[in-house]
Design a protein. Structure first.
Length: 250
């Protein structure tokens, strides 16, 4: 609200503030001037059309392009950072997945264990009878890594890419609207302050007329300087350029 109040104050008190747009009121005022036989400015020249833009319009001016560029520069930097973090996350996912695959392919470690055991026999649990030796194979295999202990990575791109894409679309739309925000503020302000808008139209109209008169003055002065330096204009007898009447035969 504070910025809106400051903007309206500058708009109301300063006729030069952002007064470079051709509105419908300006067109009506110029038609009225033309009907009364007074100097009019429409249509604008190519140079003036680049400086003074008709609103509302969908085309972007240089100033609006700069505003939109300022809005998009932080957006692009943050987008690159997000892409970098997502890329690092994907690389870590791929790295852990490769390690898990190689660990699963490792064969279990075989431990050979062969022992000779003597079998003792007891008669009535009292009389001991020496038994024979028996060879026993107690070999076993041990897995180096249990599958339950191996990491199971999961890459949930939808939890990061989809929200990021939604935020990006919203910011792009806001960036496009930011370039037209100036036009919207001017149009709304002109509706609130109708008398002030008429004064701004008259000021801009007079400004364009003054600029044109200065341009004509500079063009006339340049022409006089050119004629002043042109000797054939002042002394045509002595500095007359003769035409070449030579006939070339081929």
């Amino acid at each position: 609200m504070l910025f809106t109040a400051l903007y309206l104050r500058r708009y109301y008190s300063n006729r030069k503030f952002q007064n470079t747009f051709i509105t419908s009121k300006f067109i009506q005022y110029d038609k009225k001037q033309k009907a009364e036989g007074k100097p009019h400015v429409l249509p604008l020249t190519k140079k003036e059309a680049k400086r003074y833009t008709a609103i509302p319009s969908l085309g972007l001016t240089i100033k609006e392009g700069k505003i939109m560029l300022k809005f998009y520069i932080p957006l692009l930097t943050n987008l690159l950072l997000w892409v970098l973090f997502i890329g690092i996350d994907a690389l870590l996912y791929w790295f852990i997945l490769v390690i898990r695959k190689h660990l699963e392919e490792l064969e279990p470690f075989h431990v050979p264990l062969v022992m000779n055991a003597r079998e003792d026999i007891f008669v009535l649990d009292i009389i001991h009878v020496s038994g024979r030796y028996k060879k026993g194979d107690f070999s076993f295999s041990v897995a180096l890594f249990e599958k339950e202990c191996l990491p199971e990575p999961s890459l949930l791109l939808y939890q990061s890419v989809i929200p990021l894409a939604v935020i990006l679309v919203i910011l792009v739309i806001l960036g496009l609207l930011s370039s037209k925000l100036m036009q919207l503020k001017l149009l709304v302000s002109s509706e609130f302050y109708g008398d002030n808008a008429d004064e701004r139209v008259e000021y801009l109209h007079a400004k364009i007329l003054r600029s044109r008169s200065k341009t004509k003055f500079y063009e006339l002065r340049h022409l006089l300087k050119t004629l002043w330096k042109k000797k054939s204009f002042w002394f045509p007898v002595f500095f007359h350029h003769q035409k070449d009447d030579t006939v070339h035969l081929f």
